[in-house]
Design a protein around this ligand. Sequence first.
Ligand SMILES: C/C(=C\C(=O)O)CCOP(=O)(O)O
Length: 134
Amino acid sequence: MRVNCRTIARGVAEGEVLLTRDPISFLGNVDPETGEIVEPQHELYGQSISGKVLVFPYGKGSTVGSYVIYQLFKNNVAPAAMINIESEPIVAVGAIISEIPLVDKLETDPFELLKNGDRVIVNSTASFVEINKD
Ligand SMILES: C/C(=C\C(=O)O)CCOP(=O)(O)O
């Protein structure tokens, strides 16, 4: 099943969905060394975003978050791709400089469409997400 979306950072990546309805502040919520969510109040506390297709509403917090995303990339623990409800500049810049495919504004609400563990391909070069349900 293909769902059209808006391209923010071009690229193609496949991975397992990790979904949260909580916004993410990359500076403070995420350990740049491990990719683990370290904010106890966050829905994904204790989980790793490394290699996942990370689905979250939007980024928040410090603009340094863009650089934290870059650190995740340099440490080989970045998400494979990211899907937002609506991207903002912190996550957009982080994804672009880190070559992480990033899309938003899916034609169907990703929180209705996806669940943790689904395998998806994010093709942000061609502006679609392909969902492979079991
Ligand atoms: C560039 C900044 C701090 C630093 O160099 O560590 C300022 C970031 O400002 P925010 O208001 O957190 O975006």
